[in-house]
Design a protein around this ligand. Structure first.
Ligand code: GLU
Length: 462
């Protein structure tokens, strides 16, 4: 059975959008093959853990709909696998490698290691552990229980070859690889040991992950072979870039997934956009559902070029999703998005035909439509010197009996003509007094929705 996973480390305050792109491929590949997708929290680097990071990550993954098919608590509430709860397992396997002569204990102090590294650097050598302890294993095994120690993997000589489903065959000369620490003195495994043991025990068949892990993979391959385990399929995908091709980082654009969701980007639109990062729909489509993606996605079609994550395009795509909604559906989403504001439901529904084509995310709604719910408290352009003008408009509009956009528009256009004011100026002033803004939904229609009394009230400015 195909089993995939994502293995985030809670070292950030939320899930990076690039990790969602990776998670999505893993999720899709599992679903496509009637397999299973799991979530494993890799929390073994205790110094880098961000408090609350794990809870936030799980919340975001759930919000976006990428939920795991399995939990270590059978029959209980959902929980992810957590490496910090599996320390006994890593220790047992690390010791097994020592017993097999594939790994060894090391009691070197940090001071000695620093000194050794400095000397190697002065001699312009690649810094590598000099295997001092390897020669003293008999001695060390007698005192190790009373002495702080780590376990190191003994990197074998020769070439390491493996296949990557995206990048093809990869060959690395092992002579440049240091004897990695696989179990730390605090009993925690390092990433390499934890990831290999868990991917094996959790029966992961396909490891789809970011290319930043490619340099680690030869070490993993050595570990798989040392244990005598079969390799999973590796697929290393390219990292997301900013539109200027720089690495996606917080400095240029927001990278946290909840930032986009909180702005009212729909989870399905974000997934749709991220699906296009490093993969294209076989028919060249931009907009497709998750079900369709699962149907047509194939690991072999993952591209190696660096995908560009452009928030402007993401918003454009979300706008397409907004347009596909019925008025009722969009109203529900807007009401839910702004639930603290307790917006008038009927008014929201009436306003939608005026803005559905214009907004790109839910948070655009009130920027455009706040004036429906309350009169402007300030105006983007000062109109205090136009009291007389608005007085004239007031008298004219009072006469409109049938308060409909068409009649309102005609009455305003007639007045503009009579006063010899250019239409553009006339309507800009009207827009300002009614909405407080230079940009608004179509004015006559908005005035119809606001009602005659409210419009006349807004024309009386102080
Ligand atoms: N813990 C690693 C991370 O934070 C997982 C890398 C992998 O998928 O093997 O992304």
């Amino acid at each position: 059975m195909v089993r995939t996973r994502i293995a985030p480390s809670p070292t950030g305050s939320d899930v990076h959008v690039g990790s969602i792109a990776t998670a999505l491929m893993n999720y899709a590949w599992a679903k496509k093959n009637n397999g299973q997708f799991i979530i494993r929290i890799e929390d073994t680097d205790r110094t880098r853990i961000v408090e609350g990071g794990e809870a936030q990550m799980l919340k975001t993954l759930k919000r976006i709909g990428l939920v795991a098919d399995e939990s270590p608590i059978v029959g209980g509430p959902y929980a992810p696998y957590r490496q910090s709860e599996r320390l006994d397992i890593y220790k047992k396997y690390a010791e097994e490698l020592v017993a097999k002569g594939k790994a060894y204990y090391c009691i070197c102090t940090p001071e000695r290691l620093t000194k050794m590294r400095n000397e190697q650097q002065t001699k312009k050598q690649i810094p590598k552990y000099d295997r001092l302890c390897l020669k003293k294993q008999d001695q060390i095994s007698k005192i190790k229980d009373q002495t702080p120690h780590v376990i190191r993997l003994q990197i074998p000589e020769g070439q390491i070859k493996f296949n990557d489903a995206v990048r093809g065959e990869i060959t690395i000369d092992a002579k440049n690889i240091d004897d990695q620490v696989i179990l730390k003195s605090d009993g925690f495994p390092t990433y390499h040991l934890g990831v290999v043991i868990d991917d094996y025990l959790m029966k992961i068949t396909h490891v789809i992950r970011g290319e930043e892990w490619l340099p680690s993979t030869p070490k993993h391959v050595i570990l798989y072979r040392a244990f005598g385990w079969e390799l999973p399929v590796f697929a290393h995908i390219s990292l997301l870039r900013n539109p200027d091709k720089s690495k996606l980082s917080k400095r240029k654009n927001p990278v946290w997934t909840s930032y986009y969701l909180d702005q009212g980007i729909f989870p399905e639109a974000l997934l749709n956009y991220l699906a296009l990062m490093g993969w294209s729909h076989p028919e060249g489509k931009d907009i497709f559902s998750l079900e369709e993606y699962i149907r047509v996605f194939d690991i072999k079609d993952i591209q190696t070029s660096s995908p560009v994550f452009d928030p402007v395009k993401l918003e454009w795509m979300n706008g397409m999703y907004i347009r596909q909604k019925s008025i009722r559906q969009l109203a529900d989403q807007i009401l839910e998005f702004y639930k603290d504001k307790k917006l008038d439901e009927a008014l929201v529904e009436k306003s939608i035909p005026l803005i559905q084509e214009r907004i790109k995310k839910l948070s655009d709604y009130l920027t455009l439509c706040e004036f429906f719910f309350k009169a402007p408290e300030k105006y983007e352009i000062d109109i205090t010197d136009k009291k007389d003008f608005f007085g004239k408009v007031h008298s004219e509009l009072e006469k409109v009996a049938d308060w409909k956009a068409l009649a309102i528009g005609e009455s305003l256009a007639n007045l503009a003509k009579k006063l010899e004011i250019k239409n553009s100026q006339f309507f800009a002033d009207m827009r300002m007094v009614i909405t407080g803004k230079k940009i608004s939904p179509p004015l006559n229609e908005s005035m119809e929705i606001l009602g005659k009394n409210e419009c006349l009230k807004r024309l009386t400015i102080n």
